[in-house]
Design a protein around this ligand. Sequence first.
Ligand SMILES: NC(=O)c1ccc[n+]([C@@H]2O[C@H](COP(=O)([O-])OP(=O)(O)OC[C@H]3O[C@@H](n4cnc5c(N)ncnc54)[C@H](O)[C@@H]3O)[C@@H](O)[C@H]2O)c1
Ligand SMILES: O=C(O)[C@H](O)COP(=O)(O)O
Length: 387
Amino acid sequence: MYTIQTFNAISPKGLERLPRDRYSISDSAPDADAIILRSYKLHDYPFSDNLLAVGRAGSGTNNVPVEKLSGCGVVVFNAPGANSNAVKELVIAGMLMGCRNIGPAIDFVNGLQGSDEEMRVAAETGKKRFRGFELPGKTLGVVGLGAIGVRIANTARSLGMNVIGYDPTITIERAWQLNAEVEAAANIDMLLAQSDFITFHVPLVDSTRNLINATSLAKLKDNVVLLNFARNGIVDESAVLAGLESGKVYTYVCDFPSNALRTNPRVIALPHLGASTIEAEDNCAIMIADQIRDYLENGNISNSVNLPNVKLPRTGLARISLVNQNNPDMLGKISHVLGQSGVNIAHMLNDSKGNMAYTLMDVDSSVSAETLATLKSIPGVLKVRLL
Ligand SMILES: NC(=O)c1ccc[n+]([C@@H]2O[C@H](COP(=O)([O-])OP(=O)(O)OC[C@H]3O[C@@H](n4cnc5c(N)ncnc54)[C@H](O)[C@@H]3O)[C@@H](O)[C@H]2O)c1
Ligand SMILES: O=C(O)[C@H](O)COP(=O)(O)O
């Protein structure tokens, strides 16, 4: 029986993929084999030695202490692309809200008083304050061309916009998906200087923290619609508020409310709604549940942020799953222990990601608890399981 601890509301469609005769799922299981969560902050969570996997039912993993978990041999998964359409749709809505002054216009209408005729007259005279501009012919700058950025870039092209993208580490898969008419910016400054709309779709890491700050804002054209549906740390709020004041920024649309932003009429702040659709919640939960189950039951790894993808069809009598540090001669030491114990390796896959490595071995004979303990005692070996 495997035990799963959940945080946040995880779609039942995903949890249904973990059969109850083999999985016990609870929001209070301190010794769980795996954790499934969304945005819950795990940094101060007291992880048990039993923990094997953490599954982020979403994209960003900045709420998960990945390095600390790597040190304990815990595999961290996410669900790449599973909520990307939901975010794309909200960003397109945000662009339209931003350039058509929809937020202030709704506030204006909600503040009208009097008879219907008085309201009609006030609406007709007041509407000139909310004149906006259109998307076709305008330039959208997309920073980060991953699952979300590529979808937005392609949709913006189909809406008649010019699109410039910046992503120094774009994957081949995403580059293939990108509309060929999206222009590649050689550097971020080029994108900042040319765009009428700028949207960010990068993870929050040290190199993206405060990517938009007072210095970068000075490089913008005037009246730019700025959109941040990535993470609040990517944009320096006080610089953006100054940009709204100076006319560099026309509207700031974001998914991360704060007191400083709340009272500014040129800010549209949403309550982290990007991935909150029925479809995205189902997609994320299904993807994570399937990945966690395949790892717990078969040792296969797909879409881990700290370990390589390793998938091996089962062949031998037993399977050994081994998470280790990516040090020289680990495989030599592992196969020596098995050889000494008279265990023959039928099939093996070994791969690494950064300073972590993973070995999956199908063996021709049963493996004793003593052999497993000897494998676990090899310096640098972090987790050993017999499956
Ligand atoms: N608002 C929401 O509800 C919501 C939902 C999903 C994701 N997100 C956030 O959006 C981020 C992106 O999501 P995704 O699914 O597209 O992720 P992704 O991993 O598919 O794409 C991220 C892209 O950013 C690129 N990148 C990294 N550093 C960069 C830099 N300095 N400059 C330019 N590009 C850089 C990477 O190469 C990658 O292509 C997530 O990390 C998460 O923080 C928010
Ligand atoms: O990174 C993500 O996937 C989003 O920020 C979604 O977060 P949520 O699952 O808490 O809605």
